[in-house]
Structures are given as structure tokens and as C-alpha cells.
Design a protein around this ligand. Sequence first.
Ligand SMILES: [Fe+2]
Length: 238
Amino acid sequence: MAVTNMLEDGEFDVQVWDDGIEVWITQMGSLMNMNTAFVDRENGIVAIIDPFDGKRWTQALEKEGLVPTHLLYTHTHRDHAAGYPGMMKRFPDLEVWGHEEARVPNLLAHVVFRKIDFTDTWDCKPDESVEWSAGNIKLTVTHSPGHAPGHVTFHGHGVYHAGDLLFVKSAGRVDLPGGDPPAQQRSLINAKKILSELPPDWRLIPGHRYDPYNNEIPDWISLGEVLVYNYFLAHITE
Ligand SMILES: [Fe+2]
């Protein structure tokens, strides 16, 4: 079968959603971290989820006359926050968003987490969703702890960015410091509910491009497909 959607390292896929918001997706680094950005050109807003490499993001945006305005974090594991220092050096006025509980204690900070100075936080309870908007970008943010404290997912404009809650076939590990298996179980059950209610042709963007599907290792999978193919989504019950 032909390879249909495997991005090169640092290659960007750009699609314009029905409402004019651009959705930029790339994978970067040896762990193939997936990044999603939402671009509202009308209002000059660029919100990037978990940027891996600030320089490569900045260069790609600059070619289009764009600059980042918001960083949104699914969680603060070092690989997901890899681009943070470079981004802040270049754009010190960025709004930086994450969940309040992703402000991890110092004890854990040096091992798997990177300290991020959030300018703004969400503080919703596990499984609770809140709306976030900037210009015409409107996202639903869902607190989904388990893989890491304060982990959140984002959905809107045709995508569900899962972070390390879900990959194409599998789910995020719970054995790292701060991992919480029962919380992950609840978050997966809640994710199944959310995904079942979203349009099946929306794309699930995993935190990493890890899992094979249809003879490729895709950057994304449709929600309709992931609900059947993902081991956890297919089998999990309350
Ligand atoms: Fe992680």
C-alpha cells in the first residue's frame, strides 16, 4: 500500500479548516514528537501545541509572514517542552498555557520534566473540559491526567491532539515519575466518550508517531478509525 501521510522530520502539513483556521502539523526529533499549530491569519494568532524545535517552527512560520503568539502544553515532559527555552528567548512575550497541575514539584523536575513558567493555566478537574479561544481559534481543553500530572488534550478545527494520552494503536505509559494508572484509566474512558461524539473524519494527532497502521506509521488517524483500531479505545469499559 502506498505511503499516504508520513511526514519527513520537520516537514509541515498545512490544511485549512472550513472556518478558515489553518492547522499545521509536523513531527520532529528522534522520538517523532507530533506538534500541531492553529493559525488565525486574520488576527495574527499562531498557537502551537508542544513545539519541539523553536528554530524550525519559527523559520517555517516566518516564510509565511507569521510569528508564534501562544504555546499550549499537553504536559511538561522534557521532549514535549524541548522547544520552550528557544521559543522564549526569541519571543519573550509569548502566552504560555498549561494545566495548573503540570507545574511539577522540583523533586521530579530534573528527571523527566522541564520547568515551564506558564503565563496562564487551566485548573479544571480530571475529565473536565474548558473552552479556550484566541481570535477565531476555539479549542476544547480536557484535563486528562495519568501519563503525567496536569496532562490535557485539545480538540477543535478538525483535530483532536491527544498528547501522550493516546497514540494510534496504544496509550501513554504510566510508569514514569508522576504517572498514575487509575487516573489514566479514567482519562481513557473519558477520551472514548469525547471521540465518539466528534465527527469521525476528524484527525487524531498522537503525541508521537509510534504505531503502525495499514502498512505505514501514520502521523494521524481518523477518529472513526482510532475508535476501532486503538487497543485501549476499542476495549476499555467503565
Ligand atoms: Fe510524555
